[in-house]
Design a protein around this ligand. Structure first.
Ligand code: HEC
Length: 120
């Protein structure tokens, strides 16, 4: 019995996504990108989110989930936050906070180097 339990535990961990990946999926699934941009850069009057402080993002999303907004503009966020779980909010905030570091490390791979003198 214990062996099976350990096996299942290992199996579920090995398939678990990172908070960043889960946040990224949620961000796309929930349509956050349509207002905040696919690169979290913000669109028109919708604020950019990339690299914003995680604690503040969590605070704001929990406020919106509780239907609390500071102004009329923010009320737009409430329907997008009401059905988020604590985990969802944590994952989204991780995605937002780590976006720039993660995406740029994918683009600029340090292990890739051009050899030679550049030809000049
Ligand atoms: C229909 C457009 C729209 C969508 C979709 C949307 N947002 Fe927003 N979001 C806004 C607006 C408007 C504000 C408030 C801007 C302001 O304070 O002036 C806001 C504010 C926020 C803030 C607080 C930023 C701050 O500066 O205080 C966070 C965090 C946020 N949104 C995350 C999300 C996430 C995560 C999703 C997807 C679940 C999402 N938003 C979907 C329009 C949208």
């Amino acid at each position: 019995m214990r062996f099976i339990f350990l096996f299942l535990l290992f199996f579920s961990f090995s398939h678990a996504k990172t908070a960043y990946e889960s946040g990224k999926i949620l961000y796309m699934q929930k349509g956050c990108y349509s207002c905040h941009g696919t690169k979290l850069e913000g669109v028109h009057k919708y604020p950019y989110l990339a690299n914003r402080a995680k604690g503040y993002m969590i605070y704001k999303l929990k406020q919106f989930r509780s239907k609390i907004s500071d102004n009329q503009q923010q009320e737009m966020m409430i329907p997008f936050a009401v059905d988020l779980s604590d985990d969802d909010i944590e994952n989204l905030a991780t995605y937002i906070n780590e976006f720039v570091a993660q995406e740029s490390s994918e683009k600029y791979d340090d292990s890739y180097q051009i050899h030679g003198d550049g030809g000049s």
